[in-house]
Design a protein around this ligand. Structure first.
Ligand code: AMP
Ligand code: MG
Length: 485
């Protein structure tokens, strides 16, 4: 038997008992590997061949527990669409933390692994389509340079699950720098003791924020660091047009990684009101609202930390407020420097923000495709969009060219910068659907593998990527995504 190379050391399992329930994955009938992430396996120091073997696949399916793993479901709470509730891993178990040859610690979580004490009415299972979707989009995000949980493998279970119709079941092996969430802290603040909350905060500091020992107030440092990472993350989402779709506080990590690819999708036509999720009827998680929701979620995080910030409540609130007050500017600075880069600008000038705002306004007015507008600016090829025929756009283009000529970097360097910041491809909804349909309905993974290949280096501008930049044929129905499927 080949050794897959799992090396578990389970620090989360050493937290107070309140934070989890020991639970084994429920074995599945006939596990079969659907997709394996070779490059991630290599990064983690895992043996690909061993993972692919029968002994490897039963581990990925949850049928066999590898040596050193201590499966558990994590407890957490969260605000879902603004309403606070108890949650927890209802259809996932953490096998444990794998320590890579370079010493990096990552959570290995099986999603769709069966019922847990937190399942409430759910079946604890996941359907193949949504797990493949998480695989595709999370790996695309990683390739775009955006912090995210990763996908190591998807295994089909040989069982069907009941949704609106019967669907094939699957288990996703998710890799994360941790699964600590804002909702984990809310849970501790709501139901834990003061010592338990402190234990969780100390744990998060140890796991994600080296240097905390030097901080004057380590819990304020924790708050500031999480705010900074989320400001940076959400700016990156905005810059590529990613709509998360369900920014509940249980879906916001402490590490600053994107998590929970349920109803997410990339915006095509530029419109701040873009919503894909079928249940987000109020537009709470619309594209243009994401930075504000980020701030709202961080305020919930700050509240949960109050008892640790200072023993005097008034002082604690003042410290929390002080940290939160910086968030809008932190977010904006990340966004603005990212937008400058998308336009090839390395230096800062007064009028830059206006230049950017004017382009976005024109994009919205002419219903321009977000990604392809920046792609066209990068390539200098202006075809196929109403925007490019507008005289206002030509005026804008002239202003932009003038601004570029004021840079000390050469024009060539500016275009090089643009290529590194404007993806030639994103996981377009129709391409993702096409890949999922072939895999789920026909067992044909070739469409998905070609898509994954095109998405693996989104800044390559290779000829093979061109067809993935094309828009879908016009449809009278808006694209809709579904949660928790
Ligand atoms: P999500 O929308 O994926 O963030 O899930 C929200 C909550 O519902 C989490 O506590 C999940 O574990 C739980 N959940 C989602 N689907 C299921 C399911 N099929 N069975 C049990 N729990 C589920
Ligand atoms: Mg979730």
């Amino acid at each position: 038997m080949l050794d897959a190379g799992w090396k578990f050391d389970n620090s989360y399992a050493r937290l107070p008992e309140r934070f989890f329930s020991n639970v084994l994955p429920t074995p599945v009938r006939a596990p079969k590997l659907a997709v394996l992430n070779r490059s991630l396996a290599a990064e983690l120091g895992l043996n690909e061949e061993a993972l692919r073997s029968e002994d490897g696949v039963v581990v990925l399916a949850g049928n066999k527990i590898p040596d050193g793993a201590e499966p558990l479901a994590q407890a957490y709470a969260g605000h879902q669409f603004g309403y606070f509730t108890m949650l927890g891993d209802g259809r996932a178990v953490l096998l444990g933390e794998h320590v890579t040859p370079s010493g990096e610690r990552v959570d290995i979580q099986l999603k769709g692994s069966g019922r847990t004490p937190y399942s409430r009415g759910g079946d604890g299972r996941a359907a193949l389509g949504p797990m493949l979707r998480e695989y595709i989009v999370s790996e695309a995000m990683h390739a775009l340079g955006i912090p995210t949980t990763r996908s190591l493998a998807v295994v089909t279970t040989g069982e069907t699950i009941m949704r609106e119709t019967e669907l094939p079941g699957a288990v996703l092996a998710r890799v994360a720098s941790s699964h600590l969430r804002v909702g984990t802290f809310q849970y501790a603040a709501q139901w834990g003791t003061a010592e338990e909350l402190r234990a969780l905060a100390d744990y998060a500091l140890w796991r994600h924020f080296p240097g905390f020992e030097e901080a004057e107030n380590r819990y304020l440092f924790l708050l500031e660091q999480v705010i900074e990472r989320q400001a940076a993350l959400i700016a990156k989402w905005q810059l590529v047009g990613f709509v998360h779709g369900v920014m509940n506080t249980d879906n916001m990590t402490i590490s600053g990684e994107t998590i929970d690819y349920g109803p997410c999708a990339f915006m095509d036509t530029y419109d701040p009101a873009t919503v894909f999720s079928s249940i987000d009827t109020q537009g709470r998680y619309a594209y243009g609202n994401q930075p504000y929701i980020g701030g709202w979620n961080l305020a919930r995080f700050a509240e949960s930390l109050l008892p640790l910030l200072d023993e005097n409540e008034e002082k604690a609130i003042a410290l929390a407020q002080g940290a939160l007050d910086h968030y809008p500017k932190q977010y904006h600075d990340h966004w603005l420097s990212g937008m400058r880069a998308k336009l090839g600008l390395a230096e800062e000038q007064e009028g830059d923000q206006e230049l950017i705002a004017d382009l976005l306004r024109l994009m919205e007015l002419h219903r321009a495709d977000y990604t392809n507008t920046f792609r066209a600016l990068t390539l200098g090829e202006y075809t196929g969009m109403a925007l490019f025929d507008a005289s206002e756009f030509r005026e804008w283009h002239e202003r932009w060219q003038t601004r570029l000529s004021q840079e000390s970097a050469s024009r060539e360097e500016a275009y090089e910068r643009m290529r590194r910041h404007n993806p030639a491809v994103i996981p377009r909804n129709h391409r993702v659907e096409e890949a999922l349909a072939a895999a789920v309905n026909g067992g044909d993974y070739s469409v998905m593998n070609r898509l994954l290949q095109a998405l693996s280096d989104p800044y390559a501008y290779s000829p093979e990527q061109e067809k993935y930049a094309e828009l879908p044929p016009p449809s009278d129905r808006p694209y809709r995504t579904f949660c928790g499927t």
